[in-house]
Design a binder for this molecule. Structure first.
Ligand code: MLT
Ligand code: ZN
Length: 466
């Protein structure tokens, strides 16, 4: 170990390598899941230095755990329990190399924060359109394939990634930082790294596609009498305002009730009883308000939809106050966590089956685990639902691990097997979902992924243990 640290210090400088417990501990606990122990931590500040770290670690037979902003939700960004991994922190790899408004791309280092990039882009009337509550680094977003709340309009990272440069376990830098939106010359190298939890290499630079920043947005919170009414609304909005529809987020009654009670500075939006589902709708446009009044368009569309709906599924329509509505949306996760023990799921099913899935899941859980509160919310516009099961640990006897196992078994088999859904819609696989990956992902897909891991990382430098 001391020969390894000496070699890393010679390459990076003494201040960029540490095995002190105080330095390591910052990286050892995941934001939601994952707790491990690191051997040392290094802070490279250029792509070449990242590659050099990997080369040196390879020469010394050491395994590596890359870490970005530590905002991942599947335990994939922290060291395993072995105490044998060198943590490669990307926080110093944080330069915005170039922004090109004509190519409409940014070339950024892997450790650039989403907020940092968007602050730089705002004066140019541009944005990197992935939107979420957390503030991840771009490299982490690539290997997670981050989705977020505006995927409906702009797509996920996969759709907004043009090129990458990657430090590979053999200590080389590979990839191409091209700006070609059209390039049918064979396999897309950049896409090989998307959504792979960093298993094949560390993203050192990326070329990402930018979107024009909207000049106006209009928001509404709509009370829907049930999930079917929410889906009818989605269909109606897509047919009448499709090119402007940016977000379609749904919050179930229990999640809304807990968030309004526990969240900070939230005003109850609806008079009287909460609806089964609240739908946060956002339209946006690059057109100025004097050319198109988006708020009026949204209001008129919603009112017409409510009047024409034979099921009378829209109970209330509130237009405006976008900040208030997004504030509710972004405080759900933390509010549920304050309420009790939470088992959170990141699921997707075909959009047409979202309401049916919720009803069926709720009924099955009520029969098998009646003490669990069914809190669902999420990105219904793209089929995503973050089912959170919340319970009071004081009223549950028995082994918590066993309970977790039972709940996960029930929810995942219902979602994947009965509803043709996904056990990880946007958070990735990671250690948290590894056993479900092995069970539910088709064998030929797993075989190709293993071949790629063998190709890029034959010694298993980036492989986790446990
Ligand atoms: C969200 O959409 O709020 C998050 O992806 C959910 C979560 O943190 O589990
Ligand atoms: Zn989400």
């Amino acid at each position: 170990m001391s020969a390894l640290l000496d070699a890393l210090r010679t390459a990076l400088g003494a201040g960029r390598v540490s095995d002190a417990a105080a330095d390591r501990s910052r990286y050892e606990t995941g934001w939601r899941y994952g707790k491990g122990e690191a051997m040392a931590v290094v802070w490279p500040s250029s792509p070449e230095q990242v590659a050099t770290c990997l080369r040196i670690c390879g020469e010394h037979g050491a395994r590596v755990q890359p870490i970005g902003a530590n905002t991942g939700l599947v335990g994939a960004s922290n060291p395993d329990a072995s105490g044998e991994q060198v943590v490669v922190s990307l926080e110093r790899l944080n330069r915005i190399v170039e922004i090109d408004p004509v190519d409409r791309v940014a070339v950024v280092e892997g450790g650039v924060l989403l907020s940092q990039l968007n602050e730089e882009l705002a004066p140019l009337g541009l944005m990197f359109p992935i939107d979420l509550g957390a503030d991840p680094q771009v490299g982490g977003m690539v290997v997670t394939n981050t989705g977020g709340t505006r995927l409906l309009r702009y797509g996920d990272v996969r759709r907004n990634l043009i090129g990458v440069e990657v430090a590979l376990p053999d200590g080389t830098l590979a990839g191409r930082l091209h700006r070609l939106r059209k390039n049918n010359t064979g396999l897309d190298f950049a896409q090989l790294f998307v959504g792979t939890s960093g298993r094949y290499g560390i993203v050192t630079r990326a070329v990402v596609q930018l979107a024009p920043r909207p000049r106006q947005t209009a928001s509404a919170l709509v009370a829907a009498s049930d999930g079917t009414a929410a889906l009818d609304l989605l269909r109606g909005l897509e047919s009448s305002t499709g090119e402007f529809l940016t977000a379609f987020e749904v919050i179930g009654r229990e999640a809304l009730e807990i968030t309004l009670r526990r969240g900070a500075n939230l005003r109850p939006p609806f008079q009287g009883e909460l609806p089964d589902y609240a739908v946060l709708v956002e339209l946006s446009s690059t057109l100025d308000r004097d050319r198109l009044d988006l708020e009026s368009l949204l209001e008129e569309t919603l009112v017409a939809h409510a009047e024409d709906d034979p099921r009378e599924g829209l109970v209330d329509v509130l237009v405006g106050r976008g900040e208030d509505f997004w504030s509710i949306r972004h405080q759900i996760t933390e509010s549920l966590r304050e309420e009790g023990k939470v088992l959170a799921f990141d699921l997707s099913v075909p959009r047409s089956r979202l309401a049916e899935f919720s009803d069926e899941m709720r009924a099955r859980l009520a029969r098998s685990h009646p003490f669990v509160r069914f809190c669902d919310y999420g990105h219904w516009g793209d089929g995503g639902t973050h089912l959170n099961l919340v319970w009071d640990p004081a009223v549950v006897d028995g082994d918590p691990e066993r309970l977790w196992g039972e709940l996960r078994e029930l929810v995942y088999t219902t979602c994947v097997e009965d509803f043709d859904g996904s056990f990880s819609a946007e958070h990735g696989v990671g250690p948290h979902n590894q056993m479900w990956y092995e069970r539910f992902v088709a064998a030929p897909v797993q075989a190709v992924a293993s071949l790629l891991a063998e190709h890029f990382d034959p010694a298993g430098m980036l492989r986790r243990r446990g």
